[in-house]
Design a protein around this ligand. Sequence first.
Ligand code: 5GP
Length: 195
Amino acid sequence: MRKRSPGVFFVICGPSGAGKTTLLNRLRKRFPDLHYVPSYTSRPPRSAAERRAGRYHFVSLEEFQRLIRQRAFLEYAQYAGNYYGTVRALVNDHLRAGRDVIKEADVQGMHQLRRHRLSGRLVGIFILPPSLDALEQRLNQRGTEDPEAQRRRLSAALDELGELHLFDYVVINRHLRESLERLSAVVHIERARRE
Ligand code: 5GP
């Protein structure tokens, strides 16, 4: 019997406010067999709804640092003052078993993942807002960050733009429906490549 190919590891990056979370949620609905791996973070939840949403596993700073010492993370980074990371065991088991994984990370995380020997093939997708003005507007409208935190997030977004070379695909999120079609096309193409 043919040996089962390892899974594809789709990593979605993009500044907060680019519409990444909405797109990811829609993509997960369309591809229920993509295994979504939540991130660990030391950032407090923005709301009770965010705590329930399953995008993050919220832990204290001490717990996060303990996990760093135990080498539990495949990658981790500090972003706008908080820690975020990918727990190794949650990803590798799926990939080895031939299951595709999807999760988000920032550019620093992507840098680290590119340096690893992973159990599957890494595919990086960067979601861009249509413009920086649009990003600023979305952050303002969301109203979940104070002005200082918003400023740090915009500055982090600018830094990330210099790192687009790390990614296999860039999707400019002008219209949700169109972006979803593009992301779906990426999933189909990458799945077809290994067959
Ligand atoms: P937010 O606080 O807006 O939810 O996330 C801030 C940034 O952290 C976003 O760019 C988000 O994609 C990124 N992020 C989320 N999970 C991870 C992770 O596991 N690792 C890394 N490196 N970044 C992450």
